[in-house]
Structures are given as C-alpha cells and as structure tokens.
Ligand binder design. Structure first.
Ligand code: MN
Length: 193
C-alpha cells in the first residue's frame, strides 16, 4: 500500500519555475492517479508489502507492466517533488561536489549536459543523475516510467520531461523549463541521497 506524499512547501512556493496550477494538477491529479492505480494493481497480492524500489525491480524482471508503470511513476514523482525548495541549497559540497567535478568537469558542465539530455528525450520521460555501485555518476535518459532503479543504479536527481510537467507554464519551451528548475533544486536533498 502506497500513499500520496505531502508536499513540503506551499502550492505557490516554486513559481515561476513551477506554478501553483501545475503543482495542483501534477501532484494532486497525475501523481495521485499513479498511486491509486498502483494500489489497485497490487491489492490482495504478496506485492502489497513491498517497497517502491522492490516493486520496480520485481515488476521489471517479471514483465508486470501495470505495476512497473505505476510504481515507477510514483517513485519518479516522489523524488522529483521532494528535491525542490523555495530556498534551496544552490550547489553541492563534499563528496557529491567531488564526484560531479570528476564526471562532468564542474557543476555548470553537469547542468549543461543534464539540460541537453533532458531536451533530447523523444516523447515522455525522465532525465536522471544516477550513481553506480562504486559511486561513479552518469546522466540517464529514460522513457515512460523507466528509471535508474530498474537498471541497478542509484537515483539521485531527476527532471520530469512529460508534457504535463511543464505545458501549463512553459508550453513547448522544454529547455526553458529545464533551465528554470535549477532555481528550486535543493542540493542538500541530493547530497543526502
Ligand atoms: Mn509527471
């Protein structure tokens, strides 16, 4: 049984990157539907007691499409919404800073590569910063509900490039939406992950 997360900020706190209207639909309608549909798909089965990560790995391996799509979208959105703040820490420090510099040269180099990857995803999907078992970072491009967890990688940071994430605020300007998200991305959350 999964529950809809409560957002840790006011509905209008992320504007203008993400408006209150977008949050209302994206969290209150889209994410709520994924959570409800996931619970319907696992109700009365042994999967009821599994974590989101366990549900993603199991449904991916066994081809359980409804469980995979709704568990993946629930985890993706939970991590997306919880990484934002109206007063974010604007740059990583410590081990995460060192890993980003090692993989991408600098924070600006990482952001540019991340934005380009997100802009280049065809159709609906997600761009992720992910780590392998040794802590080496990479950028992942995923379609639909797919994510790093399904591929044995650790999910750290994600931008949603489904049109429902930005069309009310940015229309077709996905690149502008991606650039604006850095203003609300809280690196203290990413460090903790
Ligand atoms: Mn979404």
């Amino acid at each position: 049984m999964q529950t809809l997360i409560t957002l840790p900020y006011a509905p209008d706190a992320l504007a203008p990157a993400v408006s209150a209207q977008t949050l209302s639909f994206h969290h209150g309608k889209h994410l709520a539907a994924y959570v409800n549909n996931l619970n319907k798909a696992i109700e009365g089965t042994p999967m009821e007691g599994l974590s989101l990560e366990e549900l993603i790995v199991k449904s991916s391996a066994e081809g359980l499409t409804a469980v995979f799509n709704n568990a993946g979208q629930t985890l993706n959105h939970n991590m997306y919404f919880m990484q934002f703040s109206p007063k974010p820490k604007t740059a990583p420090e410590g081990a995460l800073k060192e890993a980003i510099d090692a993989a991408f040269g600098s924070l600006d180099g990482f952001k540019a590569a991340f934005n380009a990857a997100g802009a280049s995803i065809f159709g609906s999907g997600w761009v992720w910063l992910q780590a392998d078992g040794e802590g080496k970072l990479s950028i992942g491009k995923y379609s639909g509900a797919d994510n790093p967890v399904a591929h044995g990688l650790r999910p750290l940071l994600t931008f949603d490039v489904w049109e429902h994430a930005y069309y009310l605020d940015w229309q077709n300007r996905r690149a502008d939406y991606l650039a604006a998200l850095w203003q609300i991305t809280d690196w203290s959350v990413i460090e903790a992950r």
